[in-house]
Design a protein around this ligand. Structure first.
Ligand SMILES: C[S@@+](CC[C@H](N)C(=O)[O-])C[C@H]1O[C@@H](n2cnc3c(N)ncnc32)[C@H](O)[C@@H]1O
Length: 309
């Protein structure tokens, strides 16, 4: 580790000359697993679009709320988190297993530094399982084949696509990937997705400057395009909405608005889930502990849950 580079000493596979999405995201979240080239690209974006820091944090909060909802109120016990990112506070398995320790989680990312840090994502509870797949989401079939080592793909799975679809610029290609992943999951499975919408010239310009750094561009989509990922699914209330509006936690602070939409949808109606699935998916009361990155508040809530009818 050097003064300039706070991340682990790079292995030959880790290119520190080109900014990487996972490392820039980590920088915006206040992490240390990034290199000067990532911080430079992150700063360029932030100078034009300062809201990006709030966007990254709001994305993590939404992910935690969605996973808590799925594990706590719906009873989902299997998660496939594609485009995981570098480990941070409250990784998917920590949120899910806090509700139900037996949850099984498969992480997928194609960034070599995420692979290096994957150990931190594999700290499963004794009752559950975590696995990590080093793969490109452009190959849904390979991901599903590898995920089947850990997940029972005849039982409902929650697919998480959080802040990742923008890395696929072409809309048809992005839909093919999301549909391909969901297509391998059984009825009763869920999609939880968040992605950013274009909010004007400054936002677009930030993306253009970011792309000039050599980082993989991030395509901002229209609200209709983001809603399109949920086509054919039954949306959970309140639908595809700005992140702060999706089942917000009680808070004494006003919500921070970001230009990102999120939603959760189910592949089929609950009544199509088999009796066995339903029996094993009984929700349970749990203590919801909400905490976040060092600069945020820490709060604890007792959160009653009720069966979904
Ligand atoms: C903006 S970060 C989001 C991380 C995390 N989902 C979150 O919400 O905090 C995007 C992540 O997607 C990963 N990613 C980008 N393109 C990918 C691809 N083609 N296949 C798999 N992962 C990809 C990046 O490496 C990065 O970790």
């Amino acid at each position: 580790m050097t003064e300039d580079s706070q991340a682990a000493a790079p292995s030959p596979k880790i290119d520190t000359t080109v900014p990487h999405s996972a490392r820039i995201w980590n920088y915006w979240l206040g992490g240390k697993d990034n290199y000067p080239v990532d911080r430079e690209a992150g700063d360029r974006y932030r100078e034009i679009y300062p809201q990006i820091v709030d966007t990254a944090r709001a994305g993590r909060y939404f992910m935690a709320r969605a996973v808590r909802y799925l594990a706590g109120q719906v009873g989902i016990r299997q998660f496939l988190d594609v485009g995981t990112g570098l480990p941070t506070v409250d990784n998917t398995h920590e949120v899910a297993q806090r509700v139900a320790p037996e949850c099984r989680i498969v992480y997928v990312d194609n960034d070599p530094l995420v692979l290096v840090h994957a150990r931190a994502l594999l700290t499963s509870s004794a009752e559950g399982v975590c696995d990590y797949i080093d793969a490109d989401m452009r190959d849904p079939e390979a991901i599903l084949t590898a995920a089947a080592r850990t997940l029972d793909l005849t039982r409902p799975v929650a697919l998480l696509l959080m802040g990742v679809m923008g890395h696929i610029s072409d809309d048809d290609e992005a839909r093919r990937i999301a549909d391909g992943l969901l297509g391998g999951l059984p009825a009763g499975s869920y999609l939880a997705l968040a992605d950013s919408i274009s909010s004007g010239r400054g936002h677009q310009e930030a993306g253009e400057k970011y792309s000039e750094t050599g980082a993989v561009p991030y395509q901002l989509r229209s609200p209709e395009q983001i809603k399109g990922f949920f086509s054919g699914l039954t949306l959970v209330d309140p639908g595809v909405v700005p992140l702060a509006e999706w089942r917000p936690d009680p808070s004494p602070f006003p919500p921070t608005h970001v230009d990102t939409l999120g939603g959760v949808g189910q592949k089929a109606l609950r009544r199509e889930i088999t009796e066995t699935d339903a029996a094993e998916s009984q929700p349970r009361p749990f203590l919801m502990i909400e905490y976040s990155f060092d600069l945020f508040s820490y709060s604890t809530f007792a959160y009653p849950t009720r069966p979904v009818t």
